[in-house]
Design a binder for this molecule. Sequence first.
Ligand code: HEM
Ligand code: HEM
Length: 253
Amino acid sequence: MVADVVKKTFYRFYLFQPGLRLWHWVQFLAILVLFFTGLYIGDPFFIGSVGWDATQAPAHDLAMGWVRLVHFAAGYVLLFGFLYRIFLIFTKKSHFWLIIPKFWKPWFWKGIFEVVLFYALIKKSHIPLIRNPLARTAYLFVLGLILFEIWTGFAMYGMSDPDGFWAKTVSSWTLPLFGGNEYNLHFWHHVVAWIIAIFVIVHVYMVFFNDFLAKEGELSSMASGVKYFPEGHFPADCEDVADPKECEKLKRD
Ligand code: HEM
Ligand code: HEM
């Protein structure tokens, strides 16, 4: 078999600096740990009967105290990661605009329409976009959900130490918002954990789908920081990541 080699020219967009890529993967690991330790905290028997009584349990690996410690440690990682992602907004144009849904731009709505048809396998391609409008909206939404988990998580954490920092700064005003009932906090923290899990499944599916069909380097972009667009496929949202004059020039070339 001969390799299918085609000579083509590509626009190369450097989008994610190393800090953003590192943040993405650290956040991924933290959420993985938080999700499974969280499920265990909510229902220790979801992995089957553990079988140690309270006196014996601390000597064994899945003692609740240890699992909670891991959950809280990952919670701190998520908190500092989130603050770092806010800081990154000020360091690169794309780190800000690629998570802002531009409802006021015509290409945004055209993009939504075409992207839905593309993922539904009805259309073979959609208008070229560095980040499609559905993805932008989903990322802003999931960052909101992550913030919700951090907020409710530290509010519950504060309740186990009523004189501590988190009790005074977060739990004190959060509990009344949840009807003064700690159970409601647990309930919503648990529900949102599952919504994040669903996002992750769809997110990974879409990243692979895009890489398979569009072949613009989607999957590797969170490793290399770069996406590629073949000549004739100039992205409509170039101005969100580069100087508008540079985009005009590239479009004309
Ligand atoms: C807990 C799990 C995950 C969460 C919460 C998550 C969240 C996100 C967010 C918020 C972004 C936007 C980054 C930004 O510009 O700020 C993003 C982008 C991206 N993620 Fe994930 N991610 C997760 C797991 C994964 C996994 C497992 C993969 C690999 C298959 C992946 C691949 C990517 C890629 C390639 C992008 C860039 C795609 C684009 O530009 O639209 N993610 N992710
Ligand atoms: C995406 C991030 C997170 C996920 C998926 C997650 C998941 C969960 C789940 C499923 C539970 C069990 C709720 C129940 O049924 O009672 C839980 C409990 C809890 N989580 Fe999280 N969590 C996250 C972030 C955090 C953060 C940032 C903190 C802050 C320290 C935190 C602190 C707690 C606390 C204090 C509990 C209750 C522990 C107990 O009852 O002993 N979580 N978490």
